[in-house]
Write a protein that binds this ligand. Sequence first.
Ligand code: PHE
Length: 450
Amino acid sequence: MSDKREQFSSKFGFLLAAVGSAVGLGNFWGFPTQAASNGGGAFVLAYLLLAFLLAYPALMAELVIGRHARANVVTALEGVGKTALSRQLGKAVGIYGVLTASLILSFYTIVSGWMVAHFGQSLAQAVHWHSAAHWLIHESLLRNLLVAFIFMGLTIWIVARGVQAGIEAWSTRLMPLLVAILLCLIAYVLLQPGAMEGLRTYLVPDFRQLSDPALLLSAMGQAFFSLSLGVGTMLIYGSYLSKQESLPRLGAAVTLLDTGIAFTAGLLIIPAMYVAQHHGVTIYAEDGSLVAGPRLIFQVLPSLFDSMGAAGIALSLAFFALMSIAALTSSISMLEAPVSVMIERTRLQRPGAAAAIGTTIFAMSALIIFNMNALFGVIVSLTTEYSQPLLGIALCVYVGWVMHRNQVLKELQAGHRGVEHSLFWKVWPFYVRIICPLLILLAFGQSLRG
Ligand code: PHE
C-alpha cells in the first residue's frame, strides 16, 4: 500500500488544498456577522489570537500525526498507540472522526446545494428563463434534493479522481478564482452608498464586549470549525505531504490564509448588508442584532441584488459562484476523510469508495431534507459543538501523551532543520499536552451549560 500511496505534487498543492478545506461557508457567514455584532475590530483581534494560540497548535497535532503515520485517521491513531488499549481507543477515535466528517458533510451538502441553486437562478435570470429562476430559489423538497444531488455529484467526481488529479488540481484552479471574485466584489460593494457605515461597524473596536467569556468561547468554536479540525481532514491532507516540507511553516500559512480570508470576507459581507439597508432592506433581526446565517445569505443579499437591476444579476452570479467554490473545496476534504479509510483498509478502489460513501452521505442528506425541522439543527450542533471539540482534545492527547516526544520531534525535523532550537519547539509540545486540551474542555463545558 505505502509505496503506491498518492501525495500532493508540491507544497503549494498541499497549501491550496488545505486552505480550500479551511475556507468554506464558515468563513463567509459565520465569522463576519459574529464580528459585526460582537465588538467589531475587537472581536477580529480576539479571533486572530485564538486562531494562533489554540487552533494552530491543534492543527499542528493533526498534521504531525498524519505525516508521521502516512495513513488515514483510523490507521494513524491505531498505529500511534503503544498498548492494545490505546490502539483500540485510537481506532475508535478515528472512526468517530470520520463519522463526524460524514455527518458534517450531510448537512453541508444541503446548504451548499442552496448556493448552487442561487447560482443557477442568476444564470437563468441572465438568459431570461424566469420560470426556472423562480423554481430554483423557492423552497421545495424536489429542489432541495436536486441541488444537493448535483453538489454531492461534483464532490464525488473530484474525490474519485484522486489526490493529485482531483483534490489538488481542483483546489489549485478554484482557490485563486475564489480570491479574485472576492476582491472584485469587495471593490464594487465598497463604492456603493452605505458601504462605509458597514465598514465602520465591522472594524471599529469595542473592547467592552470582549469581557463576555461566552463570546470568546464561541470565537474558539468558530476557529475550530473554520480550520476543519478534529475530524481527520487535516490529518489526511498532512499524510499526503512530502517529508521535505516544514510542517510548522505550512500550518502557520494555512492558519494565516484561513483567518485572512475570513477577515476579508467581512469586508464584503458587512458593507454589503449596509448597502442593502440603504436600498430599504431590513438588516436587523427583532432583537436588534444583525441578521445572520441563512436569512443573511438567502434573503438580505438576494434582496440587495434584486434591487440593483442588471448589475445585480452579475453580482449575484459572482457571489454565489464564490460561495459554491468555497463549499466545494471544503466538501471534497470532508469526503476524503472516510474515503481514505475505506481504500486503505479494504480492497475497494478509490472511485468505487468515493461513489459508495458519497451516495450513502447523500442518502443521509435526503433524510435530513425530509425531516428538516427535527434533524438539521440537532446534527449541526451534535457535530460542530460536541464532536469537533471532543475529537480535538483526543488528537491533542494522542500527540501530547501517546506519541513519544522523540517521534514527534523527528517528524517535525523532517523538512525543518533546526526546529529543536526554535520557539515553536519550546512552546508547542507543552501547549498540545496541557493547554489545548484544558481550554477545549473549558469551552466544551461552557457550551454544555449554555
Ligand atoms: N472549514 C470548513 C468551513 O469553514 C468546514 C469544515 C469542517 C471542513 C470540517 C472540513 C471539515 O466551512
